[in-house]
Write a protein that binds this ligand. Structure first.
Ligand code: ADP
Length: 520
């Protein structure tokens, strides 16, 4: 890092998420000196839609950056750059004047489910995945565009560009449509090897390359903010804006998981496991995503639907009396339930939970999968069920890790983040199930920190990501217990066997449920 000693200098990182945009002002030592988050609504007029208003998001981004810079009290010329992270998979149709013709259709929008079979069976779906790295799932912009062509062909004809939310924001600031390789690599339309739009995917989606943004590297810099935006954000008009990358890949960087064998496990409401590789790798079976961070840095991994939401389900449905008891004692119910779980032996005395209540994504991508307890006896008490749920989420993570290790090599260390990382007990269970150390980095806002370091790289302030080792120093470490690991090896084998054998019954029960209660 250059050390021009006379002034303190800062990087501003903005993370455009699905519920809010968070802006951070970060010193060159990685210290967050100001942080401001501005929320916006998610519109779900029908169960299969999940949309947002692009202009509400744009206003929130400007506000969050302006307020964070104001809160930090830094002068515009001390801001080295502003760098961006954003949610993946969003689609907005805009007209020639840049006006939105649709809302921002988010990753959580499921309308395009109806095109999934057609993509798989009639259009070389797996082949397209292998070239583009985006799993075949309704979240994928490829499927969203197929859906629009089938259902709103007039709209497609009138559309000047289909853009993601970050492109929309940048176009307002700079009057140009540019998409970073990272967000592009999560559209299902972008060829990972040629770093350009994939002709076959475009044909299947029914869009032309002229209707998409120009792909640029994640370190691409734009300058020259239009019409007064610089003043509103407390920045100079020529402050470099680094286009940045997608939130998932930046989170990996932000927790310091960028060396071979170091994998990141994030469990918030849902969850994901990710590792980095130096060139794009896709899975012959289509189980994992591969998204770009830079030309020589790719993040592969798999998302799971049922992460922390399983523990919330336990708290709110299964162990309501216990949660009440915790509140009476002035304790966080999660901590109390975790204590109960800790009083049971590893392996929950042979009770196995398949935490598939919300269907599942990686590695099986099976929307019809359903939850179940397996192995219940009269011996088992509620505390066993609680422990089995926490272990079950770790078994889910284990199944993604197994797929990941086949492609990216053996894991030597896991870096934990998200709500689950608050629990020492759950982290130890994870280490014991996976048989490798689980560490917890300091960094809280991992996508934002990752964006900041990418910004420093883009502006030549650092020459690689190694500064992140300092920024994301790990303070807590859980070593796996060998005896417990052997117990869990036996149980994960049974878990996988039960899952495999339930494939057809899952379809049957899901069909029944669809008739009775609707939904997916
Ligand atoms: P989100 O991704 O929804 O923003 P968080 O990252 O805050 O959510 O994670 C929420 C989840 O984290 C909860 O549903 C719960 O499973 C888990 N969690 C939060 N606090 C604790 C705790 N003290 N102990 C164990 N798990 C916790």
């Amino acid at each position: 890092m250059n050390d021009t000693p006379q002034r303190n200098r800062y990087v501003v990182a903005a993370d455009i998420g699905t519920t809010s945009t968070k802006a951070l002002v970060i010193g060159l030592d990685g210290r967050v000196v100001a942080s401001r988050s501005v929320e916006y609504p998610l519109y779900t007029p029908t169960p299969d839609r999940a949309e947002q208003d692009p202009d509400e998001i744009f206003a929130a981004v400007v506000k969050a950056i302006g307020e964070a810079v104001g809160q930090a009290g830094v002068s515009a010329r001390d801001v080295l750059c502003v760098s961006f992270s954003s949610a993946m998979h969003s689609v907005i149709a805009v007209d020639r004047d840049g006006k939105p013709l649709t809302r921002c259709i988010t990753w959580a929008d499921n309308r395009s489910e109806s095109c999934l079979d057609e993509l798989k069976r009639e259009h070389n779906g797996l082949g397209i995945y292998r070239n583009t790295g985006t799993p075949l799932h309704p979240m994928s912009p490829l499927l969203k565009l197929m859906w629009m062509n089938r259902n709103e062909p007039e709209l497609v004809k009138r559309t000047y560009k289909f853009v993601g939310i970050k492109e929309y924001v940048f176009a307002k600031w700079f009057g140009r449509y540019a998409v970073d390789h990272s967000i592009a690599s999560a559209t299902g339309l972008f060829n990972l090897r040629s770093l350009d739009w994939d002709e076959e995917a475009l044909r299947v989606a029914g869009v032309s390359r002229g209707q998409l943004s120009e792909p640029v590297p994640t370190t691409y810099v734009l300058k020259g903010l239009l019409s007064g935006y610089a003043e509103r954000m407390g920045l100079a008009p020529d402050t470099p804006f680094v286009v940045g990358a997608a939130d998932g890949v930046l989170a990996n960087l932000g927790v310091g998981a960028f060396d071979p064998g170091v994998y990141a496990i994030t469990i918030g409401t849902s969850g994901a496991v990710r590792g980095t590789v130096r060139e794009p790798i896709t899975d012959p079976q289509g189980r994992l995503f591969c998204y770009a961070l830079k030309e020589d840095f790719w993040v592969i991994g798999g998302p799971i639907n049922n992460g922390g939401i399983m523990f919330r389900w336990v708290r709110d449905q299964l162990a309501t009396l216990e949660a009440e008891e915790a509140r009476r004692r002035g304790m966080d119910p999660y901590d109390y339930l975790t204590e109960l779980a800790a009083s049971v032996r590893p392996g929950s005395d042979g009770l196995i939970f398949l935490p598939l209540l919300a269907g599942e994504r990686a590695p099986h991508w099976n929307a019809n999968a359903r939850g179940c307890f397996f192995g219940l006896t009269l011996f088992h008490e509620k505390k066993h069920m609680i422990r089995a749920v926490l272990e079950g989420v770790a078994y889910r993570i284990h199944s993604v890790v197994t797929a990941l290790e086949e492609l990216a090599g053996k894991a030597s260390e896991f870096r934990a983040s998200g709500g689950f990382a608050r629990s020492a007990f759950w982290r130890q269970v994870m280490a014991d199930v996976l048989g490798a150390p689980v560490v917890v980095p300091d960094s809280v806002e991992s996508s934002g920190l990752g964006a900041a370091v990418l910004g420093l790289l883009a502006t030549g302030e650092v020459s690689d990501f190694s500064v992140m080792r300092e920024w994301a120093r790990a303070n807590v470490r859980h070593e796996p217990d060998e005896t417990n690991h052997r117990t869990y090896e036996r149980l994960t084998a049974i878990y996988n066997d039960v899952y495999d054998r339930l494939k057809e019954p899952f379809d049957a029960i899901a069909a029944y449920q669809k008739q009775r209660i609707g939904g997916g």
